[in-house]
Design a protein around this ligand. Structure first.
Ligand SMILES: Nc1ncnc2c1ncn2[C@@H]1O[C@H](COP(=O)(O)OP(=O)(O)OP(=O)(O)O)[C@@H](O)[C@H]1O
Ligand SMILES: [Mg+2]
Length: 465
């Protein structure tokens, strides 16, 4: 991006803004953002006055001097300054409009502009900016259009720029796509014109301060309690487990919960593209891939990390998401004594999950026969858990499936528990039934040898939600 003139409103205070810029989730604990409850101003000249005042404030500031003022102090100081400047003018604006103008300028100068009110709302999990005039948020799985607006493409680019610069990345014509993780774990993706046709697009997935727990998942009907107990057992005894699901279906959340069942005396190595897992055990080594630098060098892939982790004496390897040729090393690890490894995969059902896994292995080992690939898969994977996101925003486990073996070239699996949707109630909530299929899994014996006995009643389990 071209260097900016000093009077450019994008100028901010390094020291004071860094913490904010690097964190997209650490807010919302205190008061609600004042702009959340305010109507958009109707006065036709509001924006013009705002811009003038904004510029006037910037022109009056000594950036060197204020750069060292603590953020809260600076905020109060600028707020007073702006209020006074506004008082001195005779503008046709009411009290609320004046308050709003001060707040908007402060947000632009000290933070991430129009995104601030959304970031202050803890219920917002995703913020999706499609060009300057269309901003959606995801609250509890439901997308809604907000009345948040950026002035124009340039304004939006300034905010995107602030976010990516905070994590040492850049976005410009040469690098029109960035994918980055903020210091607090939130993930952002930005893609700009000419690739994005209607203006810069910014997608923010916030890292929730408190990840969902096993109890949260059972309480909200995502996983019935008895099924959670079964899964706890399968993790404790070390079944190799693959969680599959579509985008945003809750794979990582479930992986985090299941990882919580790993006994405390085991050495766990986690491998992720962007570290999201938050394990509570004392003995966890966290690894994260690295994208290539601006010259295209220095990339460290998941495959590199899986291979390296095998030399680190892991008891368990947890792979955030299998997406490429690291699947080969992962399966090899699972087949060679690293039992109880866990991973997620992007797929809409268990059949597709296995097919995708096969394809990924095939891409890395083009000479390997399908039969051999399937044998490896069958020997490695014990359990498949399908996670699904429903139209009402709810997420559930929709099947727990055992990988049984191979018959000829066919992979045999059997569902142990399934969720079937029966309808939608008058409030739009999905209704359905969790039920056992009646099949007693082979892994029941394995659990029994560890003292975990699954009662027969479990295999006639049925629960309506
Ligand atoms: N069982 C659940 N009930 C309600 N909300 C959930 C549930 N599981 C996850 N969520 C929420 O859904 C969102 C997506 O969850 P998560 O990141 O686990 O999904 P994912 O499948 O890993 O997504 P991605 O495809 O982006 O990797 C998060 O905001 C999370 O808090
Ligand atoms: Mg995920």
């Amino acid at each position: 991006m071209a260097s900016r003139p000093t009077s450019d409103p994008t100028r901010t205070f390094r020291g004071s803004i860094d913490a904010t810029r690097a964190s997209l989730s650490g807010r919302g604990s205190g008061r609600p953002h004042p702009l959340l409850s305010m109507e958009r101003p109707s006065h036709p000249d509001y924006e013009v006055h705002k811009r003038t005042l904004h510029q006037e404030l910037l022109d009056s500031l000594d950036f060197e001097e204020v750069g060292n003022v603590p953020k809260e102090k600076l905020r109060v100081r600028l707020q007073n300054d702006l209020t006074e400047r506004l008082e001195r003018r005779t503008l046709p604006l009411n009290r609320l409009e004046r308050d709003r103008m001060v707040q908007e300028i402060l947000d632009n100068v000290l933070g991430l502009g129009p995104l601030e009110p959304l970031l202050a709302d803890p219920a917002v999990s995703d913020i999706l900016v499609n060009g300057p005039h269309q901003v959606y948020v995801d609250r509890g799985g439901k997308l809604t259009l907000t009345n948040t607006r950026f002035d124009d493409n340039r304004h939006l680019m300034q905010i995107i720029d602030r976010i990516v610069v905070a994590v040492g990345r850049r976005v410009d014509e040469q690098h029109p796509m960035v994918d980055a993780r903020m210091a607090d774990g939130s993930r952002i993706n930005a893609i700009i014109p000419p690739l994005a046709l209607d203006g810069p697009v910014l997608s923010i997935r916030r890292f929730s301060k408190k990840p969902l727990t096993a109890a949260d998942l059972t309480d909200r009907g995502s996983v019935p309690h008895p099924l959670m107990l079964v899964l706890k057992g399968t993790v404790q005894v070390g079944l190799n487990t693959l969680i599959s699901g579509g985008t945003g279906s809750g794979k990582t959340t479930l992986l985090n919960v299941l990882s919580g069942f790993i006994p405390e005396d085991e050495r766990i190595i986690t491998i992720e593209d962007s570290a999201e897992l938050r394990l509570q055990q004392p003995h966890v080594v966290r690894l994260e891939t690295r994208p290539p630098n601006l010259e295209g060098r220095g990339e460290v892939t998941q495959r590199d990390l899986v291979r390296n982790s095998l030399r680190m004496r892991p008891d368990r390897i947890i792979l955030g998401e299998v997406r490429g040729t690291e699947s080969i090393d992962m399966l090899t690890a699972m087949n060679t004594g690293h039992e109880g490894s866990l991973a997620t995969i992007h797929a809409n059902n268990t059949r597709d999950a296995l097919a995708r896994l096969e394809t990924m292995v095939g891409m890395g080992m083009p000479n390997m026969r399908t039969q051999a690939i399937r044998e490896t898969v069958v020997r490695a994977i014990d359990l498949l858990i399908q996670q699904t996101r429903f139209p009402d925003g709810s997420r559930r486990i929709t099947s727990i499936t055992e990988v049984v073996g191979l018959e000829g070239e066919t992979l045999l699996t059997q569902d142990i528990f399934v969720f079937e949707q029966t309808g939608v109630d008058e409030r739009g909530k999905v209704r359905g039934v969790f039920r056992a299929t009646g099949v007693r899994p082979h892994f029941a014996d394995r659990l029994a040898t560890h003292g975990i006995h699954l009662s027969d009643r479990l295999f006639s389990f049925r629960m309506e939600v």
